[in-house]
Design a protein around this ligand. Structure first.
Ligand code: ATP
Ligand code: MG
Length: 555
C-alpha cells in the first residue's frame, strides 16, 4: 500500500532537507492559482501534491491567488477556486493574495533601483523584443540602461503616480544582456496597465510581472518548497537572483511535469473559449475537464485524489489516458453507490398469468458491495417496462435474455418464460409476453430452475420519469491541442445525447442533486444540479464497462 511506495523526487528532496535540518525542520508549500478561470483536473493534481506534501510532513500549505494581472481576473473565479479545493478535501492554512503584497513589491523594486540593479526603460515592447538577441546571439543594451539612480527613482515614482500611458515605460532588472539564459537579459519587472483590479481597485496603474511577484510572494510567506510546472524551469535562475539581491527569505523552486489528459484540452484560455462560444453550457458543464464539471458529472473527490496519487509526479511532460481517471471513478462508485432500476429505451412486458389487480412489493438490496447498504422497496405488477434490447424475436444461440421460449430472471423478482410478442403494422415490437413462475420468487426460489440471464425492469403503473443526459468525449481525437489547425475543429458533435423521459423506479424519484447511483446494467449516474423534484435530471457519470482495466491486463 502507500507506505510501501517509494518516495517521489520531491519527497526525497524534502526528506533530505529535513535530515539536514533546513528551515528548522519546517515544510511549507503553497498552491498559487491565477484567478482567471475555473480549476481543471491538472490543477487538481497540483493541489493534491502541494497539500499532500504539507500533510505528510506535518507542514503547512497556503492558498495564494496569483492576481497580478488585472485584465483577466475576477472574483467569481476566486470563489470557484476555493469551493473546488474544499470539495477536493483540502483546507489551506492561510489565504493570501499576491495583490496584498503590491506595496512590499514596490519597495523591493525601489531597493533594487537603489542598488543599481533596476532601471526605467522608455523602449517600446517591439524594441525590447528586437534587442533581446537569441540563443546564439547576445542581446543589445537599452539606451536607457545607464540612467542615474536618482532619475530611475523619480521615473518609477511617476510611473506609479499615473503620469504615463500603457506601454510608455517599463521597469527592468539590470542583469546581463549577454546572459545565455534569455530570461536573464534585463527582464521586465513592472509594466503600466491603467486597469481596474478586482481587489486593489484603481490604487495601482503599474503591475509586477510574474517573475517579480511569484518568488517574492513565496519569500514573504517563507515558503520552503515552491513547486511549479516544468515550463518555469528556465525562470529558476531569475527566481534565485531576485531573492539573493534582495537578501530575503530563500524559498526554493522545484519543477514537475504538467499533467494532461486524453480527449480534452487543459488550458484555461482554451476552456474559456469553449464557454464563451457556447460549445458547452458553462465552466461546470459535465463534459468539461474542470473540477466543477467533474463534480457535477458525479466524479467523487476520492476518485480525483486516487487518480492524482496513481499517476504520481514526473519530470517529463506526458498525457494520461482518461481511462485511468474513469477507472478510479468506477472503483469508488462501485463501492458506494446504490443500485437502482431504470429503463432507458422501454418496451412493455406483460405477464399474462399475473392477475391484473395484484401487486407485489419486493425488498431489493441496495448495494451488494456494501453489507450496510440496506434495502429498498420495489413494486411489481402485471405490466413492466423493460429495455427494448432485452428482447429478440429471433435471437442467436447465446442470447440469454428474452426470446420466444427463453427463461430469464427479472431482477429481485420472478423468473419469467417468454411466450412471444405483439407488433404494430410496421413490424415494431409493441409488447413482449411472458408467464411467470410463482415459486421462483427471489430469495425464496423453490423452482429448481437455473437461468443464465437477469434483466432489470420498472413496474408500469408505479414508474416515474426523468431526463437522462448521456455524455461522450468532448473531443474526437486524443490530443486536440497537438493536431493541425484549431483545437475546436476536433470537438465531438455528439458529446451529449439527451433522453427526455426514461422510466425510473418510484423510490428513485426522491433523489436529490449530487446523489450518485448505479443504473443497473447501464452505468453510474448522478442527479444534476439543475434537477428539481418535478423534473429529475440525471447525468451519466461513467459507463460500467472497464475498457482501461482490460487493456492493462492484456498489456
Ligand atoms: P493553464 O495553462 O491551464 O491556464 P496555469 O498554469 O496558467 O494553467 P495557474 O492558475 O497559474 O494555471 O496554475 C496554478 C498551479 O497549478 C500552478 O502551480 C501550475 O503549475 C499548476 N498547474 C496548472 N496546470 C497544471 C497541469 N496540467 N498539471 C499540473 N499542474 C498544473
Ligand atoms: Mg499561469
Amino acid at each position: 500500500m502507500s507506505e510501501e511506495k517509494s518516495l517521489n523526487f520531491l519527497e526525497e528532496i524534502i526528506e533530505n532537507d529535513l535530515a539536514e535540518g533546513k528551515n528548522n525542520g519546517r515544510v511549507h508549500t503553497r498552491f498559487p492559482p491565477e484567478p482567471n478561470g475555473y480549476l481543471h483536473i491538472g490543477h487538481a493534481t497540483s493541489i493534491c501534491l502541494n497539500f499532500g506534501l504539507a500533510k505528510k510532513y506535518n507542514g503547512k500549505c497556503n492558498l495564494r491567488f496569483d492576481d497580478t494581472n488585472p485584465v483577466t481576473e475576477e472574483t467569481e473565479y476566486v470563489e470557484s477556486i476555493k469551493e473546488d479545493i474544499k470539495w477536493l478535501g483540502f483546507q489551506w492554512d492561510n489565504e493570501f493574495y499576491a495583490s496584498d503584497y503590491f506595496d512590499k513589491l514596490f519597495a523591493f523594486a525601489v531597493t533594487l533601483i537603489k542598488k543599481g540593479l533596476a532601471y526605467v526603460d522608455d523602449s517600446t515592447a517591439e524594441e525590447i523584443a528586437a534587442t533581446k538577441g537569441s540563443t546564439v546571439t547576445p542581446g543589445i543594451e537599452s539606451p536607457y540602461r545607464n540612467r542615474s539612480i536618482e532619475e530611475n527613482l523619480r521615473l518609477f515614482e511617476e510611473m506609479r503616480a499615473g503620469k504615463y500611458k500603457d506601454g510608455e515605460k517599463t521597469l527592468r532588472a539590470r542583469i546581463d544582456m549577454t546572459h545565455p539564459n534569455l530570461l536573464m537579459r534585463d527582464p521586465l519587472m513592472y509594466r503600466i496597465k491603467n486597469e481596474h483590479h478586482h481587489r486593489t481597485g484603481d490604487k495601482w496603474c503599474i503591475y509586477p510581472m510574474y517573475d517579480f511577484a511569484h518568488g517574492q510572494s513565496d519569500s514573504i510567506e517563507e515558503i520552503t518548497h515552491s513547486i511549479c510546472t516544468l515550463e518555469f524551469i528556465h525562470h529558476r535562475p531569475l527566481y534565485n537572483w531576485f531573492i539573493e539581491q534582495l537578501g530575503i527569505f530563500p524559498s526554493h523552486q522545484y519543477e514537475f511535469a504538467r499533467r494532461n489528459l486524453t480527449y480534452t484540452v487543459m488550458s484555461k484560455r482554451k476552456l474559456l473559449q469553449l464557454v464563451n462560444e457556447n460549445h458547452v453550457s458553462g465552466w461546470n458543464d459535465p463534459r468539461m475537464p474542470t473540477i466543477s464539471g467533474m463534480r457535477r458529472r458525479g466524479y467523487p473527490a476520492e476518485a480525483l485524489r486516487q487518480f492524482s496519487d496513481t499517476i504520481g509526479i514526473a519530470k517529463r511532460e506526458n498525457i494520461v489516458d482518461i481511462g485511468l481517471l474513469e477507472f478510479c471513478v468506477r472503483e469508488h462508485l462501485n463501492k458506494t453507490s446504490n443500485r437502482v432500476m431504470v429503463v432507458l429505451d422501454p418496451v412493455k412486458l406483460v405477464i399474462t398469468n399475473y392477475p391484473e389487480a395484484q401487486e407485489d412489493i419486493f425488498e431489493a438490496e441496495n448495494n451488494p458491495e456494501d453489507p450496510n447498504g440496506g434495502t429498498r422497496k420495489v413494486p411489481f405488477s402485471r405490466e413492466l417496462w423493460i429495455e427494448r434490447e432485452d428482447f429478440m424475436e429471433n435471437p442467436p444461440k447465446k442470447f440469454f435474455r428474452l426470446g420466444p421460449g427463453n427463461l430469464v430472471r427479472l431482477k429481485s423478482a420472478y423468473i419469467v418464460k417468454c411466450e412471444g410478442c405483439k407488433k404494430d403494422e410496421q413490424g415494431n415490437v409493441t409488447e413482449v409476453h411472458c408467464s411467470y413462475i410463482p415459486e421462483s420468487k427471489s430469495g425464496h426460489d423453490t423452482s429448481g430452475l437455473n437461468v443464465k440471464g437477469t434483466i432489470h425492469w420498472v413496474s408500469v403503473p408505479h414508474a416515474k420519469t426523468a431526463e437522462v443526459r448521456m455524455y461522450d468525449r468532448l473531443f474526437k481525437v486524443e490530443d486536440p491541442s497537438n493536431e493541425e489547425g484549431n483545437f475546436k475543429d476536433y470537438i465531438n458533435p455528439d458529446s451529449m445525447h439527451v433522453l427526455p423521459a426514461v422510466y425510473i423506479e418510484p423510490e428513485l424519484a426522491k433523489a436529490i442533486a449530487g446523489e450518485r447511483v448505479q443504473f443497473m446494467r447501464k452505468g453510474y449516474f448522478c442527479v444534476d444540479t439543475e434537477s428539481t423534484p418535478d423534473k429529475l435530471i440525471f447525468n451519466r457519470t461513467v459507463t460500467l464497462k472497464d475498457a482501461w482495466a482490460k487493456e492493462q491486463k492484456k498489456g
